[in-house]
Design a protein around this ligand. Structure first.
Ligand code: ADP
Length: 307
């Protein structure tokens, strides 16, 4: 195979109680990419449509992740990359992760899968380092593995795929205001109290247990963040109203997607997810902020080849 066209999913990171460790892949929102082998060594971004982003290899996350891949590969040639962005950069649903994972996943396919999925996570994390200054894995892991993933440990990297209940749907609203991942990291406190820690790991354990046992009520009770959300939500106008009205519309839980400004909610069944979408839209219509809404089932396979 000389060329491959792929769908790269958007992802929700953090998921309330799982700051920097939990993520999930979406199914109806994502970018497309075409990756092709070339005899010339290196990574070349030959097309980039849909967003105004740098095309230089070392300034685009797809290029940086691709170079990390090439550095450990014995392949003598290179790759051309075309990126068709549908996910807005900086929206908080893994725009950078879609590009970095897509590049290395496709390169691995074209070379006959020399690397494991975990190794592809490591290469993609170099792209995240470029995007946000921190090589986090909570978006790239679900994009590559599909479904929900837990980053149990960063050193050594240990990714744990988590079961996804079949009726779980996500609603995501992106209010069109800009918050840079790097900025929303700066405002976080670096210490937490033991009391806060206890609440947070109680909820994280509850969420994981709820996902495995498909206990939707337990999932809902556990979608609580005592540490990051109270601080970060200050940067998102309308956040509290969106959360209150999503829960009133039947959502299991609602929180900030990644570093925001997107807000996600999980629901049991598509009909509830649609009601939640309407409730979210009503809030931003009232405040007068433009927004995009996505309703998606959970993508359990991750990046996929498309025709
Ligand atoms: P998100 O929250 O959607 O993941 P980030 O804020 O983490 O977005 O990353 C967006 C940043 O990454 C922007 O500064 C953007 O210029 C940079 N970037 C570089 N290459 C890409 C790419 N291929 N896709 C998206 N963002 C990219």
């Amino acid at each position: 195979m000389e060329e491959i066209k792929i769908f790269c999913p958007a992802t929700i990171a953090n998921i309330s109680c799982g700051f920097d460790v939990l993520g999930v892949a979406l199914d109806s929102v994502g970018d497309e990419m075409v990756i092709r082998k070339t005899s010339k060594k290196g990574i070349f971004i030959t097309k980039l449509e849909g967003q105004d982003l740098p095309m230089e290899t070392d300034r685009n996350v797809a290029g940086v992740a691709g170079l990390a891949f090439l550095a450990e590969s014995d392949y003598e040639g290179g790759f051309e990359i075309e990126i068709y962005k549908k996910i807005k950069a900086g929206s908080g649903i893994g725009s950078s992760a879609a590009s970095s994972t897509g590049a290395v996943w496709a390169m691995n396919e074209l070379l006959g899968r020399p690397f494991s999925t975990s190794k592809l996570v490591e290469f993609s994390m170099e792209g995240e380092r470029l995007a946000s200054g921190v090589a986090h894995a909570d978006n790239v892991a679900p994009a590559l593995f599909g479904g929900f993933t837990l980053v149990r440990s960063y050193a050594p990297l240990d990714i744990v795929p988590i079961n996804c209940p079949a009726e779980l749907f996500a609603t995501v609203i992106h209010p069109q205001i800009e918050i840079k991942t790097s900025d929303s990291r700066k405002i976080l406190k670096t210490n937490i109290t033991l009391k806060e820690g206890i609440k947070q790991w109680g909820n994280l354990g509850g969420l994981i247990a709820g996902l495995f046992t498909e206990d939707y009520d337990l999932i809902g009770r556990s979608l609580v963040d005592h540490i990051v959300e109270p601080i970060r939500s200050i940067l998102i106008p309308g956040f509290n109203d969106v959360k209150t009205s999503s829960l009133a519309a039947g959502a299991l839980g609602c929180g900030i997607s990644g570093s925001g400004p997107s807000i996600f909610a999980f629901s049991r069944g598509e009909a509830t997810a649609e009601k939640v979408a309407q409730a979210m839209k009503d809030v931003y219509q009232k405040i007068g902020i433009d927004h995009d809404v996505h309703i998606s089932k959970i993508n359990t396979e991750g990046i996929r080849e498309i025709k």
